[in-house]
Write a protein that binds this ligand. Structure first.
Ligand code: NAD
Length: 267
């Protein structure tokens, strides 16, 4: 059986060199084929951002595609392989049995004042912020009004996204085997008049969050690398998606080792 491989890369000089080497190594294997359309495996060359953009390019075929990241900068959270390991990587692909590991995604539904709905999937997170002044929103958890939020905004992240923007706003790092999403506040107003929980919350896979915006001024809604700026969004609903992202599991890396390597190690 031939494995159909798509390659997505960024434009860094180092990534272009890695692309050329990878193409050469793949060409030597009879059971590996580089394709432009309908790949079964997508190899990204670059950083986490390159893998995020590949995910959004193929997010309509998540059950047919597995991803694998080669990093050409520092070790990333979605990029396991280093550029100098290409021969080992290609050998492991040849004749492999299609094993994979999968992680949760965030399902996002935006509703406008006229009732139109748009649906998205996020691999890292979605954030809601307001162009200027305080954002005011009612936060419902599973139809229960949980709190009226006032502040800069809210971030809702997946477990694999918990080490990205979520961590910068004080959210917890969550092991990706946990099927849950995290709600984190961005600079909430808390005083004698206004009150929010004030800490990040982990929301279960059978629950959902509905953020109902209280003003018709401009809001910025991000979904990974995508920015949506609109005045007519009234609600953003989040839950753990039915779909999952599948990573080719040719090697296992201890999650907490990766966290340590990214955030603590000093060398
Ligand atoms: P970018 O080029 O600004 O990269 C931001 C950094 O986030 C990079 O170092 C990247 O390696 C890292 N990153 C991405 N996903 C990660 C993850 N799951 N765990 C740990 N680190 C991760 O932006 P980009 O490459 O277009 O990526 C978009 C992502 O960047 C967003 O989804 C968001 O999570 C993150 N981001 C973070 C901040 C922040 O922490 N203040 C600000 C902007 C964007």
């Amino acid at each position: 059986m031939t494995l159909r491989i798509g390659i997505i890369h960024n434009q860094e000089e180092k990534s272009i060199l890695v692309l050329q080497r990878l193409r050469g190594l793949l060409a030597d294997k009879d059971d590996l084929e580089i394709v432009e359309r309908d790949p079964e495996l997508v190899i990204t060359i670059g950083g986490d951002g390159t893998l995020l953009s590949a995910f959004h390019r193929y997010n309509h075929r998540l059950n047919e595609v597995r991803f694998l990241g080669v990093h050409t900068g520092h070790l990333g959270f979605y990029t396991d392989w280093r550029d100098y390991e290409l021969p080992e990587l290609v050998d492991s692909l040849s004749g492999e049995q299609g094993k994979s590991v999968s992680y949760p995604l965030l399902d996002v539904v935006l509703t406008t004042r006229s009732g139109d709905q748009r649906h998205f999937l996020a691999l890292n997170e979605s954030t809601i912020r307001k162009g200027s002044r305080t954002m005011v929103a009612d936060v419902y958890i599973k139809e229960e009004l949980f709190e009226r939020f006032r502040g800069d905004g809210l971030a809702i992240s997946t477990p694999t996204g918990s080490t990205a923007y979520n961590k910068s706003v004080g959210g917890a790092v969550v092991h990706p085997s946990i099927n849950a999403m995290q709600l984190a506040e961005i600079a909430s107003l808390n005083n004698r008049v206004f009150r929010t929980l004030g800490s990040p919350s982990i929301i279960g896979s059978h629950e959902w969050i509905d953020v109902r915006l209280k003003s018709n001024e401009e809001h910025l809604i991000t979904i990974d690398q995508l920015d949506i700026i609109r005045k007519d969004i009234v609600s953003i609903k989040y839950r753990i998606a039915d779909e999952r992202i599948h990573f080719a599991s040719y090697r296992h890396m201890h999650f907490w080792h990766r966290v340590k390597d990214a955030f603590i190690r000093e060398d």
